[in-house]
Design a protein around this ligand. Sequence first.
Ligand code: F6P
Length: 360
Amino acid sequence: MLTSGGDAPGMNTALRAIGFVAAEKGIEVIAFERGWDGLIDGKAFPLTRPSPSAPRGLLPMREVDRFGTLGGSFIGSGRSQRFFEALYRSKAGERARELGIDGLIVIGGNGSLEGAYRLHTETGLAVVGVPASIDNDIGCTGMAIGVDTALNTIVEACDRISDTARAHRRAFIVEVMGRQSGYLCMAGAVAACADAALFREAGKSEEEIVGWVVNVIQQAFGDERDKERVLILKAEGVSIPTSELVSRVQRQVEQHLPDIEIRSCVLGHLVRGGAPSFFDRMIASRLGFAALQALLDGAKSEMVAWQAPIPGGLPTGDRSVTRWPLERVIEESKALLDGTSPVVQARIRLMEAVAKVLAL
Ligand code: F6P
């Protein structure tokens, strides 16, 4: 197996689950270092070891037990540039054959799942994907590993920012990760009791965004509402840079409310690290188990999904987990990112209704 793309809290829990379940079933597992590059270069280490006393002759490597509670990726992740080239995908396939690999579990986001699909179609290697990305932008799965932990971190950071914002009666614009997906911003804004959420999918122009933020701040600090702080979450994918947004809004707000200062905070990679939450540990363990089982059941090019938001998928022994062809996952991921998926449209409709409530 390997982890690829941006790391996500819970990737290690999935690795641990796969290592343990594999040992129990007597299946040897190796992990490639730093994503696709590890496979291309054959850099791998075992996650299981022989044991004459174990029921099926294998035990997990001792350190695998420690993985489950740690953030990041213990085996390393990466965004391989080489894997974009067919030549290196063919090398990866050769390497897998040389090493006698029967199947590959890929834990990662959209790019990694697309890479897995190409590797299968070009080399025939059986691949099963496990969705992991804090952005929650992977098709056919209701939740990806890492999203819940990232949201808990966002909420905690926003609560702290709210403390200092209230002390000074300030407005804060907090930028959260999500280059193409505004999910962390939308869900985080509701949970952090923010006054507004700015995300790319809303399709607003920079002018409209500035006007909206000015309006929210002026109303909130106006005599009638007289709020103690304003908190606005902004997704990384919104084209106007956060610093520029702050200065443009500040210039307009100070004409009416000269005492109000606007500050910003970019949470960035802070949100991607940290120990996985209970929820991420739970879904990572169950998805990891299902991925291994799918390979054993003969899956050739699939992803396991948590509570699929669209109808379809093959059932598994776990009522919350279904199996999806990677081709379908890739198609649905594209629709999530270009906004044509009913899942994104439902999110936008919900946030339009929520926006009126948040601003009160
Ligand atoms: O993993 C997804 C993500 O966190 C995006 O939200 C973000 O835009 C990107 O990764 C950042 O990637 P990198 O760590 O390579 O800068």
